[in-house]
Every structure is written in structure tokens, then in C-alpha cells.
Design a protein around this ligand. Structure first.
Ligand SMILES: C[S@@+](CC[C@H](N)C(=O)[O-])C[C@H]1O[C@@H](n2cnc3c(N)ncnc32)[C@H](O)[C@@H]1O
Length: 237
């Protein structure tokens, strides 16, 4: 599983990566949410505990990766008061089963991982699991697939005597009109310039252009509503 290569690096790089921006932009969209939130692709729970802090809602944190889920449950162990309000669902988004429809759904930095056919099948499933008028919020940036580029350092962090560094390279790209790209990620640990470990992941990611996404969501019964740059918000009609 490639997950286990990137997992030790996840919180190190993301806690100060996308999380501060989400913590600023997401709460105003959730002010009316009281009863229930489905978080799709909860990962290690970096957003999950914040959802529980921002709202009184019951949280369903869906995460298919065993490794990510293990860290998420560890995070919940540090917040035992949340045990009666957060349920961790060990399945992928298309397989989600809920006892009743939820009031809101949140999907942060997940869509890039969904193949186009999977994504198209997902919206009607989410519409079916959402209350009428319910809210769907997810991260998205316009511009299609990133262009091909050589290996470059993304970020580096010191942990004791070791330096953790992530590099990435775009190997193939459909370009700005398309959505798929093939990227290589290198996960490196060094000490004083000496290599301790180095592992790589090569995989595809997807950045649908606006017209594609709008067609899919409107087709599934969603109507767009206001959201800050970097997020899209939709209500079930
Ligand atoms: C970059 S992480 C984001 C995690 C978390 N939302 C955050 O913001 O820190 C992407 C997550 O999406 C999950 N994921 C990938 N494919 C998925 C699918 N088909 N259904 C649900 N989650 C999925 C991955 O396992 C991973 O935990």
C-alpha cells in the first residue's frame, strides 16, 4: 500500500499546509449546521476534530485507508469527550451507508484522488444520503491539470536530528483543458545530508474544470451557493 509510504509525512506537512486556510474559510459555511455532518475522506482527522469544535453536530468521519484511520482514531483518543459524537466509517465514499440522511457533507482535498468515472457516480449517491436542502462543501481550484514539470522540493521539516522532505514531479499531464496528471512523489528522511530513507509513489490525480464539475453536480440535483475562493458549496434542491 502506497499509503504507508506517505502516512508518516502526512500531519507533518498538512497541519501547517492546507489546514489553516480551511480553518479560516469553512466555519462560516457551517454556522447553521446543528444535527449531522458526513466528512468524506477524513484522513488523519486534521479537519474532523475542528468540525466537532465548530458545530454541535454528530460527525460521521468516512475514511477508507486503514493507516489514515488509525491516526484519526489516535487523534480521537486524545479527545475522549468526542467519542459519543464522532463515528468513524471504514469504507469508501461510494459505499457510504447511513441510518438517516445528513444535514451537511464536507470533502477536503479528496476530489483529486477520485477517478472521473468514480466521481460522476459519486454525486447522485451523495444526493441520496443528504437531507433536502442539505449542504455539500468541497475544495476545488480552477485551471485543469497542472503542467509537466521536473522534480522540485515541496516542503521540509525537522524532527529531532532528522529532516523530512517531500519532492514532487509532474510526469504527464492532460493540460489546462483536461483533468488528469501523473505525478511522482519522493519521501525522504536525511540526517546532516546523509540519506536515512527514500521512498516514492507514482500515481494519477484529477482536477476537473468548472464546466465538467458544474454539469455533474447540477445533473445530480445540486444548486451552487456562495463559498470563499478554494471551496465550492452546493445545496440539494
Ligand atoms: C489528502 S487526504 C485529505 C484528508 C483530510 N480530508 C484532510 O483534509 O486532511 C485524502 C483522503 O481521501 C481519502 N480517499 C481517497 N479516495 C477516497 C474515496 N474513494 N472515498 C473516500 N475517501 C477517499 C484518502 O484515503 C485520504 O485519506
Amino acid at each position: 500500500m502506497t499509503d504507508f509510504i506517505s502516512l508518516p509525512f502526512y500531519d507533518l506537512f498538512h497541519e501547517k499546509g492546507h489546514v489553516p486556510e480551511i480553518q479560516e474559510k469553512l466555519p462560516p459555511l457551517l454556522t447553521d449546521v446543528r444535527r449531522s455532518i458526513l466528512e468524506i475522506g477524513a484522513g488523519t482527522g486534521l479537519i474532523t476534530t475542528s468540525l466537532a469544535d465548530w458545530t454541535p453536530a454528530e460527525i460521521f468521519a468516512l475514511e477508507p485507508s486503514t493507516g489514515m484511520r488509525a491516526v484519526l482514531l489516535s487523534r480521537l483518543c486524545a479527545r475522549p469527550e468526542l467519542f459519543d459524537r464522532v463515528t468513524v466509517l471504514p469504507c469508501d465514499a461510494l459505499s457510504v451507508a447511513l441510518d438517516e440522511p445528513v444535514e451537511a457533507m464536507v470533502m477536503i482535498n479528496v476530489m483529486y484522488a477520485l477517478e472521473p468515472d468514480y466521481r460522476k457516480r459519486l454525486w447522485p449517491v451523495l444526493a441520496d444520503r443528504l437531507e433536502p436542502g442539505g449542504l455539500l462543501v468541497f475544495t476545488w481550484r480552477d485551471g485543469g491539470a497542472p503542467s509537466e514539470r521536473p522534480l522540485k522540493e515541496l516542503a521540509s521539516r525537522q524532527v529531532g536530528r532528522h529532516t523530512y522532505t517531500v519532492f514532487s514531479e509532474i510526469l504527464e499531464s492532460d493540460g489546462p483543458e483536461g483533468e488528469a496528471c501523473k505525478a511522482r512523489y519522493l519521501y525522504q528522511i536525511t540526517q546532516d545530508g546523509r540519506l536515512i530513507s527514500e521512498e516514492e509513489i507514482v500515481g494519477h490525480s484529477y482536477r476537473p474544470v468548472w464546466e465538467t464539475l458544474e454539469g455533474e453536480l447540477v445533473g445530480a440535483g445540486f444548486v451552487q451557493t456562495e463559498a470563499p475562493e478554494g471551496l465550492l458549496a452546493w445545496r440539494l434542491a
